[in-house]
Ligand binder design. Sequence first.
Ligand SMILES: *Cc1c(COP(=O)(O)O)cnc(C)c1O
Length: 233
Amino acid sequence: MSDRKADVAANLEAVRARIADACARSGRSADEVTLTVVTKFFPASDVRLLADLGVRHVGENRHQEAQAKAAECADLGLVWHFVGGLQSNKAAAVAGYADVVESVDRGKLLRGLSKGAHESDHVVDVLVQVSLDEDDAAARSGASPDDVPALAEQVAAADGLRLRGVMAVAPLGADPVPAFERLARVAEQVRLIDPAATWVSAGMSGDLEAAVESGATHVRIGSAVLGARPSDR
Ligand SMILES: *Cc1c(COP(=O)(O)O)cnc(C)c1O
Protein backbone atom coordinates (compact mmCIF):
# COMPACT_ATOMS: atom_id res chain seq x y z
CA MET A 1 0.00 0.00 0.00
CA SER A 2 1.31 3.49 -0.87
CA ASP A 3 1.89 5.94 1.98
CA ARG A 4 -0.98 8.05 0.67
CA LYS A 5 -3.34 5.11 0.63
CA ALA A 6 -2.30 4.03 4.13
CA ASP A 7 -2.88 7.57 5.45
CA VAL A 8 -6.28 7.88 3.81
CA ALA A 9 -7.27 4.40 5.01
CA ALA A 10 -6.38 5.31 8.61
CA ASN A 11 -8.26 8.63 8.36
CA LEU A 12 -11.27 6.89 6.89
CA GLU A 13 -11.30 4.36 9.69
CA ALA A 14 -11.17 7.16 12.27
CA VAL A 15 -14.06 9.02 10.60
CA ARG A 16 -16.15 5.86 10.40
CA ALA A 17 -15.48 5.29 14.11
CA ARG A 18 -16.58 8.88 14.90
CA ILE A 19 -19.82 8.31 12.97
CA ALA A 20 -20.42 4.98 14.72
CA ASP A 21 -19.81 6.52 18.15
CA ALA A 22 -22.17 9.41 17.46
CA CYS A 23 -24.80 6.96 16.23
CA ALA A 24 -24.36 4.82 19.34
CA ARG A 25 -24.75 7.87 21.60
CA SER A 26 -27.99 8.81 19.88
CA GLY A 27 -29.40 5.30 19.73
CA ARG A 28 -29.09 5.06 15.97
CA SER A 29 -27.59 2.36 13.84
CA ALA A 30 -24.36 3.34 12.05
CA ASP A 31 -25.77 2.22 8.72
CA GLU A 32 -28.35 5.02 8.92
CA VAL A 33 -25.61 7.52 8.07
CA THR A 34 -24.04 7.73 4.62
CA LEU A 35 -20.50 9.04 4.39
CA THR A 36 -19.79 11.28 1.40
CA VAL A 37 -16.12 12.12 1.03
CA VAL A 38 -15.67 15.62 -0.39
CA THR A 39 -12.78 15.36 -2.86
CA LYS A 40 -12.61 18.97 -4.07
CA PHE A 41 -9.03 20.13 -4.78
CA PHE A 42 -7.75 16.55 -4.60
CA PRO A 43 -6.80 14.63 -7.74
CA ALA A 44 -8.75 11.88 -9.47
CA SER A 45 -6.10 9.46 -8.20
CA ASP A 46 -7.42 10.09 -4.67
CA VAL A 47 -10.96 9.37 -5.83
CA ARG A 48 -9.74 6.06 -7.22
CA LEU A 49 -8.00 5.25 -3.98
CA LEU A 50 -11.14 6.05 -1.98
CA ALA A 51 -13.14 3.72 -4.22
CA ASP A 52 -10.58 0.98 -3.51
CA LEU A 53 -11.11 1.61 0.19
CA GLY A 54 -14.86 1.09 -0.11
CA VAL A 55 -16.11 4.69 -0.42
CA ARG A 56 -19.20 4.85 -2.68
CA HIS A 57 -20.21 8.52 -2.36
CA VAL A 58 -17.99 11.44 -3.33
CA GLY A 59 -18.72 15.18 -3.30
CA GLU A 60 -17.45 18.10 -5.34
CA ASN A 61 -18.21 21.82 -5.20
CA ARG A 62 -16.91 23.34 -8.45
CA HIS A 63 -18.44 22.44 -11.77
CA GLN A 64 -15.41 22.21 -14.02
CA GLU A 65 -13.35 20.23 -11.58
CA ALA A 66 -16.28 17.94 -10.80
CA GLN A 67 -17.09 17.29 -14.43
CA ALA A 68 -13.49 16.39 -15.25
CA LYS A 69 -13.11 14.08 -12.27
CA ALA A 70 -16.44 12.36 -12.82
CA ALA A 71 -15.40 11.65 -16.43
CA GLU A 72 -11.97 10.40 -15.38
CA CYS A 73 -13.52 8.10 -12.75
CA ALA A 74 -16.59 7.01 -14.72
CA ASP A 75 -15.51 3.35 -14.53
CA LEU A 76 -15.77 3.32 -10.72
CA GLY A 77 -19.57 3.44 -10.47
CA LEU A 78 -19.48 6.06 -7.73
CA VAL A 79 -22.37 8.26 -6.64
CA TRP A 80 -21.41 11.88 -7.40
CA HIS A 81 -22.79 14.60 -5.13
CA PHE A 82 -22.59 18.24 -6.18
CA VAL A 83 -22.40 20.31 -2.99
CA GLY A 84 -21.26 23.73 -4.19
CA GLY A 85 -22.82 27.01 -5.18
CA LEU A 86 -24.62 26.57 -8.46
CA GLN A 87 -24.98 29.07 -11.30
CA SER A 88 -28.17 28.67 -13.32
CA ASN A 89 -26.25 28.61 -16.60
CA LYS A 90 -24.26 25.60 -15.33
CA ALA A 91 -27.19 23.68 -13.84
CA ALA A 92 -27.90 21.55 -16.92
CA ALA A 93 -24.24 20.55 -17.23
CA VAL A 94 -24.05 19.62 -13.54
CA ALA A 95 -27.14 17.44 -13.86
CA GLY A 96 -25.34 15.63 -16.67
CA TYR A 97 -22.90 13.89 -14.31
CA ALA A 98 -24.19 14.48 -10.78
CA ASP A 99 -26.34 11.79 -9.22
CA VAL A 100 -27.24 14.08 -6.32
CA VAL A 101 -27.37 17.89 -6.33
CA GLU A 102 -27.33 18.98 -2.69
CA SER A 103 -27.15 22.73 -3.16
CA VAL A 104 -30.47 23.76 -4.71
CA ASP A 105 -31.36 27.06 -3.07
CA ARG A 106 -33.64 28.73 -5.64
CA GLY A 107 -36.26 27.81 -8.17
CA LYS A 108 -34.30 29.37 -11.01
CA LEU A 109 -31.99 26.35 -11.05
CA LEU A 110 -34.72 23.81 -11.70
CA ARG A 111 -35.28 24.33 -15.40
CA GLY A 112 -31.59 23.69 -16.15
CA LEU A 113 -31.37 20.73 -13.79
CA SER A 114 -34.43 19.13 -15.38
CA LYS A 115 -33.00 19.70 -18.83
CA GLY A 116 -29.66 18.11 -17.89
CA ALA A 117 -31.39 15.16 -16.25
CA HIS A 118 -33.50 14.62 -19.34
CA GLU A 119 -30.57 14.91 -21.76
CA SER A 120 -28.47 12.43 -19.83
CA ASP A 121 -31.45 10.17 -19.28
CA HIS A 122 -31.21 9.84 -15.52
CA VAL A 123 -33.13 11.03 -12.51
CA VAL A 124 -31.23 13.49 -10.31
CA ASP A 125 -31.71 13.37 -6.57
CA VAL A 126 -32.12 16.88 -5.15
CA LEU A 127 -31.63 18.33 -1.70
CA VAL A 128 -32.79 21.83 -0.88
CA GLN A 129 -29.97 23.76 0.75
CA VAL A 130 -31.14 25.58 3.87
CA SER A 131 -29.42 28.64 5.29
CA LEU A 132 -28.81 28.23 9.02
CA ASP A 133 -27.45 31.73 9.54
CA GLU A 134 -29.50 33.69 12.08
CA ASP A 135 -28.73 36.89 10.30
CA ASP A 136 -29.77 36.87 6.66
CA ALA A 137 -27.21 39.52 5.80
CA ALA A 138 -24.44 37.17 6.93
CA ALA A 139 -26.01 34.23 5.14
CA ARG A 140 -23.56 32.28 3.08
CA SER A 141 -25.79 30.16 0.95
CA GLY A 142 -29.03 28.33 1.09
CA ALA A 143 -32.69 29.24 1.03
CA SER A 144 -34.07 30.86 4.12
CA PRO A 145 -36.05 28.29 6.17
CA ASP A 146 -39.34 30.09 5.48
CA ASP A 147 -38.84 29.67 1.74
CA VAL A 148 -37.90 26.00 1.85
CA PRO A 149 -41.35 24.36 1.70
CA ALA A 150 -42.34 26.27 -1.47
CA LEU A 151 -39.02 25.46 -3.11
CA ALA A 152 -39.31 21.79 -2.12
CA GLU A 153 -42.74 21.67 -3.75
CA GLN A 154 -41.25 23.04 -6.96
CA VAL A 155 -38.53 20.37 -6.87
CA ALA A 156 -41.09 17.65 -6.25
CA ALA A 157 -43.04 18.81 -9.30
CA ALA A 158 -40.01 19.13 -11.63
CA ASP A 159 -39.38 16.58 -14.38
CA GLY A 160 -36.35 14.39 -13.95
CA LEU A 161 -35.71 15.49 -10.37
CA ARG A 162 -36.48 13.60 -7.18
CA LEU A 163 -36.89 15.56 -3.95
CA ARG A 164 -34.79 13.74 -1.34
CA GLY A 165 -34.54 16.18 1.56
CA VAL A 166 -32.38 19.01 2.83
CA MET A 167 -28.75 20.00 3.16
CA ALA A 168 -27.03 22.65 5.27
CA VAL A 169 -23.68 23.96 6.42
CA ALA A 170 -23.45 25.08 10.07
CA PRO A 171 -22.98 28.82 10.54
CA LEU A 172 -19.37 29.94 10.93
CA GLY A 173 -18.22 30.51 14.47
CA ALA A 174 -21.49 29.53 16.17
CA ASP A 175 -22.59 26.46 18.10
CA PRO A 176 -23.70 23.95 15.46
CA VAL A 177 -26.17 22.13 17.75
CA PRO A 178 -29.05 24.67 17.69
CA ALA A 179 -28.43 25.22 13.98
CA PHE A 180 -28.73 21.50 13.22
CA GLU A 181 -31.84 21.36 15.40
CA ARG A 182 -33.37 24.13 13.27
CA LEU A 183 -32.47 22.07 10.22
CA ALA A 184 -34.25 19.03 11.67
CA ARG A 185 -37.44 21.09 11.97
CA VAL A 186 -37.17 22.25 8.35
CA ALA A 187 -36.55 18.64 7.30
CA GLU A 188 -39.81 17.67 8.99
CA GLN A 189 -41.72 20.23 6.94
CA VAL A 190 -40.15 18.86 3.76
CA ARG A 191 -41.27 15.33 4.69
CA LEU A 192 -44.84 16.63 4.80
CA ILE A 193 -44.47 17.42 1.09
CA ASP A 194 -43.01 14.01 0.27
CA PRO A 195 -42.65 11.39 3.01
CA ALA A 196 -39.83 9.79 0.99
CA ALA A 197 -37.73 12.98 1.24
CA THR A 198 -35.89 11.71 4.30
CA TRP A 199 -32.31 12.79 3.66
CA VAL A 200 -30.65 15.31 5.95
CA SER A 201 -27.15 16.17 4.76
CA ALA A 202 -25.31 17.98 7.54
CA GLY A 203 -21.99 17.65 9.26
CA MET A 204 -18.46 18.21 8.04
CA SER A 205 -15.07 17.26 9.50
CA GLY A 206 -15.43 19.57 12.50
CA ASP A 207 -19.04 19.01 13.46
CA LEU A 208 -20.13 15.58 12.31
CA GLU A 209 -21.00 14.44 15.85
CA ALA A 210 -23.42 17.33 16.38
CA ALA A 211 -25.00 16.64 12.99
CA VAL A 212 -25.45 12.91 13.56
CA GLU A 213 -26.86 13.51 17.03
CA SER A 214 -29.40 15.92 15.49
CA GLY A 215 -30.52 13.33 12.94
CA ALA A 216 -28.26 13.77 9.88
CA THR A 217 -28.54 10.89 7.42
CA HIS A 218 -25.60 12.07 5.30
CA VAL A 219 -22.31 13.64 6.38
CA ARG A 220 -19.92 15.38 3.98
CA ILE A 221 -16.34 14.94 5.06
CA GLY A 222 -13.29 16.39 3.33
CA SER A 223 -10.22 17.26 5.38
CA ALA A 224 -10.66 14.60 8.08
CA VAL A 225 -10.25 11.96 5.37
CA LEU A 226 -7.98 13.58 2.77
CA GLY A 227 -6.01 16.10 4.85
CA ALA A 228 -5.77 19.86 4.45
CA ARG A 229 -6.88 20.93 1.00
CA PRO A 230 -4.02 22.06 -1.25
CA SER A 231 -5.46 25.59 -1.45
CA ASP A 232 -5.76 25.84 2.35
CA ARG A 233 -2.13 24.96 3.03
C1 LIG B 1 -15.72 21.33 1.45
C2 LIG B 1 -17.07 21.02 1.91
C3 LIG B 1 -17.30 20.04 2.88
C4 LIG B 1 -16.18 19.28 3.59
O1 LIG B 1 -15.56 20.12 4.50
P1 LIG B 1 -14.46 19.59 5.56
O2 LIG B 1 -14.50 20.59 6.64
O3 LIG B 1 -13.17 19.53 4.84
O4 LIG B 1 -14.91 18.24 6.01
C5 LIG B 1 -18.61 19.76 3.23
N1 LIG B 1 -19.65 20.41 2.65
C6 LIG B 1 -19.47 21.35 1.72
C7 LIG B 1 -20.67 22.02 1.14
C8 LIG B 1 -18.18 21.68 1.32
O5 LIG B 1 -18.02 22.64 0.39
